[in-house]
Design a protein around this ligand. Structure first.
Ligand code: F0G
Length: 415
């Protein structure tokens, strides 16, 4: 039994009702299962023998007709033990879950494989989203695979070039709107409410978040059936932190792990309404009017899932932190140089946030920490100007030796 339940008043909505907000109070919805039924199904299931991927967890997902699944082989991303990074930061064990390894290079693919499959189940012909870039790239790819029309609204001039190129290549109809992400989101919500045949796949859609929770399941399985002590991730529109928390709590509830992690949300200083609310100890979030950060993926002033995010942080005894653009870019470079992982600025904010918390003495040296690197570095090459320029030389051995200070090998004399 699957239901869409209001996170505020508990009102239940049918699984197949096309609804994005509670019909009674207007708050966000969440997918709920009959967990006893799920536990029984798991006993009969061969899920543990399936390879790591989103669909390994099909029993935990709200899709019953597997013949409709739209997949590009998402999930199963690396959980990298980052010893050199840990040493620099001053911790014993830091892992990076590298979501850039997904088909379109971000964690959004976990959500879209489920969300677009749901769109097919519901017989929708058009899908729509507002995006700072990654959501549009991902939706465009899955819509292409499913043969659906895809419309995306992006803030004009403010999204990373690589992401725009992806969405165009996959054939989406892209509209650059004169406004920021928050305005674009308000517009697509209204459009999908006026046009019933247009299915909204922003993270308001609870089916999409069901796919994203698989990241938490994978981390537990990759750690050998244990949850980490702490999970650090960037927060923008605030869907992902709540999806991950749901995943961890479900594994805990089903007896698949025996502890829960503390969730740490990291935001860029110029776009940090959730971190500010946590620091103030407030139950409401005050939107940031003109959000600004080099991490364009999380350049969001009015996160739609703020209530879910505050709950995830408080229920997990977690926290939120802000980082400057400078700290983000420094962390991006550090992760690439220490660990060979090139991630986009928003993703690097989790590393920057972790570093800051260690410096502030807020994290125990012995904790097992997982940082989520949400998207690939190649999506946003512009910000990497600070990596420096290549050197230049004539194409001969002597020039290169001189340039790089390579000493000439001494000749081995024939005896
Ligand atoms: N990291 C990256 C790389 C993202 O693209 C996003 C969100 C986040 C983190 C934050 O996740 O919104 O669930 O809190 N990108 C959205 C987009 C907004 O349109 O691509 P969140």
């Amino acid at each position: 039994m699957i239901r869409q339940v209001c996170i505020n008043c508990g009102e239940e909505h049918e699984a197949d009702e096309i609804v994005y907000f509670c019909r009674r109070c207007g708050d966000l919805l969440e997918i709920e299962y009959d967990y006893e039924e799920l536990a029984e199904r798991l006993e009969r299931s061969d899920w543990r023998s399936l390879p790591l991927s989103v669909w390994r967890y099909r029993d935990f997902l709200p899709i019953r007709d597997l013949s409709k699944v739209v997949s590009l082989n998402e999930g199963g991303t690396g959980l990298h033990l980052c010893s050199r990074l840990a040493k620099v930061i001053g911790l014993k064990r830091v892992y990076v879950k590298n979501e850039g390894e997904n088909p379109t290079g971000s964690f959004k693919d976990r959500g879209m494989t489920v969300g677009v499959t749901k769109a097919l189940e519901l017989n929708m012909k058009t899908v729509i989203c507002a995006s700072t870039g990654n959501t549009s790239a991902s939706l465009a790819a899955y819509a292409a695979k499913a043969g659906l029309r895809c419309i995306v609204l992006v803030p004009s001039g403010k999204i990373a070039y690589g992401k725009l190129v992806q969405a165009l290549a996959y054939g989406a109809e892209i509209v650059q709107v004169r406004g920021n992400f928050d305005q674009a989101l308000r517009t697509v919500i209204e459009l999908s409410e006026r046009h019933g045949e247009v299915y909204l796949l922003n993270s308001i859609n609870p089916y999409r978040l069901e796919g994203q929770k698989s990241l938490a399941y994978e981390v537990c399985d990759q750690l050998g059936g244990r949850a980490p002590d702490r999970v650090v991730l960037p927060v923008g529109n605030a869907g992902n932190i709540s999806a991950l928390w749901k995943g961890f709590t479900e594994f805990y509830r089903l007896g698949l792990v025996d502890s829960l992690p503390r969730m740490v949300g990291v935001q860029a200083e110029g776009a940090s309404p959730i971190a500010q609310a946590i620091k103030r100890g407030s139950d409401v979030v005050t939107p940031v009017e003109n959000p600004e950060t080099v991490a364009t993926a999380i350049r969001i002033g009015a996160p739609v899932s703020w209530k879910k995010a505050l709950r995830a942080i408080r229920d997990s005894d977690g926290t939120a932190e802000t980082v400057t653009d400078e700290e983000i870019l420094e962390a991006q470079s550090m992760l690439a140089r220490c660990e060979g992982l090139f991630v986009e600025p928003a993703s690097a904010s989790s590393i920057a946030g972790l570093k800051k918390m260690v410096e502030l003495g807020e994290i125990d040296r012995d904790e097992t920490v997982v940082c989520v690197a949400t998207g690939h570095g190649l999506k946003d090459p512009d910000v990497m100007r600070r990596v420096g320029k290549p050197l230049e030389a004539d194409a001969d051995v002597q020039s290169i030796e001189r340039l790089l200070g390579l000493t000439r090998p001494s000749r081995i004399e024939a005896s």
